[in-house]
Design a protein around this ligand. Structure first.
Ligand SMILES: [Zn+2]
Length: 286
């Protein structure tokens, strides 16, 4: 099993490395996304329901595999929309289907935030059943969660994905967090966890973080295998803690503010730093 995981990690690392060498030298992520969409819409294997469109690189998957994926994505889209209720937030026509594009040039799975409801997946995530499809769909359908707050965006995506799975829909795993929150306390106590901790609870997106936090964020992006599991697990767990203690509306008020500490103090008589200390005591064994 360990051997298989190592092989998967090597494969994935190599494919990501291939992307950075061959594709990003010439194109920005946005330009590459648009190129992939154009290619797949013209000649990809595309199928759809009213909720989702799935376009894969021509001939990469059997029709049965694509049909099963479409069913999985469709069920997930319905469940997330239902879960979000009044917290649904997708600009434009809210009945537009969410479009999935599967291509070997895609690196890390992502959405085209601020733009279309597009999700990009690399082929490995499908081959190894590690598709963060629920996580990415939450990014698309609950845009309030990330507009001002990078960590809430990631934490909330994993929180909703796992809640939907608990209700019996689909699966929630990825190369970054293959075991959900099972290894949370290990991550918290690791040097990677210590390095990532300042980002958890801090306002700002990657483009608006303080210089100090922007450097930590870049560290995570440059060595995702080392740092991302701790960052994602801690963001998810702290999001869950806040929802349990101050409710979803409270989390949203924090997510939408550049001064989350005073917002938190106003709504819960507790600053975000105090919440964070309590969360760490309870979940991180510190
Ligand atoms: Zn994400």
């Amino acid at each position: 099993m360990l051997f298989r995981i190592i092989i998967i990690l090597i494969t994935v690392t190599l494919s990501f490395a291939g992307v950075s060498a061959s594709a990003s030298e010439r194109l920005t992520v946005r330009e590459l996304d648009q190129k992939i969409v154009k290619e797949l819409r013209a000649e990809g294997d595309c199928i759809n329901t009213t909720n989702v469109v799935l376009c894969a690189q021509q001939g990469k998957f059997e029709p049965d595999t694509l049909a099963s994926l479409l069913e999985l994505f469709d069920e997930g889209a319905i469940a997330i929309r239902q879960y979000l209720g009044s917290q649904f937030d997708m600009p434009g026509n809210e009945d537009d289907p969410i479009e999935f594009f599967v291509h070997s040039d895609v690196g890390v799975p992502h959405t085209t935030i601020f733009h279309e409801p597009w999700i990009f997946l690399n082929i490995d995530t499908i081959t190894y059943d590690m598709i963060p499809y629920l996580h990415e769909m939450v990014h698309v359908m609950a845009q309030w969660s990330w507009r001002t707050s990078e960590w809430v965006g990631e934490g909330f995506a994993n929180y909703v994905a796992s809640s939907v799975v608990e209700s019996g829909v689909g699966y929630h795993r990825s190369f970054i967090l293959a075991d959900g929150l099972e290894r949370l306390s290990e991550f918290c106590g690791s040097s990677a966890g210590a390095a990532m901790l300042p980002l958890v609870g801090e306002p700002g997106r990657r483009s608006t973080l303080s210089d100090e936090n922007a450097a930590i964020f870049r560290l995570m992006m440059s060595d995702r295998r080392t740092y991302a599991p701790a960052y994602y697990a801690m963001s998810w767990s702290f999001t869950e803690y806040l929802i349990e203690n101050i409710g979803l509306d409270g989390l949203r008020a924090i997510a939408e503010s550049m001064d989350p500490s005073s917002v938190s103090k106003t709504i819960s008589d507790t600053t975000i730093e105090e919440h964070k200390d309590k969360w760490r005591e309870q979940y991180c064994d510190v």
